[in-house]
Design a protein around this ligand. Sequence first.
Ligand SMILES: Cc1nc(C(=O)O)sc1CCOP(=O)(O)O
Length: 210
Amino acid sequence: MTKQLHLISTGKQPVEQFASICAHVHPYVDAIHVREKRKTAREVSAFVAALIGNGVPPQKIIINDRVDVAVVYGVKGVQLAYHSLSVSQVKRHFPRLAVGCSVHSLDEAKEAAKSGADFCIYGHIFLTTSKSGMAPRGVDSLQAIVASVNIPVIAIGGIHAGNAAQVLQAGADGIAVMSAVFLARDPVAEAKKLAHIVKQTWPMNGGEEC
Ligand SMILES: Cc1nc(C(=O)O)sc1CCOP(=O)(O)O
């Protein structure tokens, strides 16, 4: 599988601003996550409608937690957390949805893989103001997870063009970024830069050809 670039909404941008950035950056990314944790289903729905209205293909849209909104819009999938419906519930009732799982330890990653998740997002790798007050988990722990689970592992947290290569070299199947693109002076230039790094030829499994 080629490595992937995911963008995650900040939860702080007005819908118009978010959608207008995404209208320009979507060709460079593999997935755009609508992660608006404090918003109602109706408000999340407005974000998804704005993305689609601005030309983002539904097959590039992943919705955090809200399985209902994902089904209504026929988007690619959902990103589940510990408080969400379980992976197996979603897979059983909505087999067409891709299911990602947010994980923060090796055990959680193994559990996600066992329960049938299509991919997991692991973090946070580096210090980030988007998750302040918590120690980063580091690249070594990422490497251990990549070596132990058989689903794609997307790395998140404090990743930008200056350290993305380190994470991909460690074996991550992709990166997910929030501030690196959405808080950039030029989000399109930043997304292009990250896409260029992600789409390079990376050795398998963090350096060992297999
Ligand atoms: C949304 C999110 N989840 C994380 C996790 O560790 O699960 S870290 C994170 C924030 C990522 O933001 P930035 O790219 O600005 O560092």
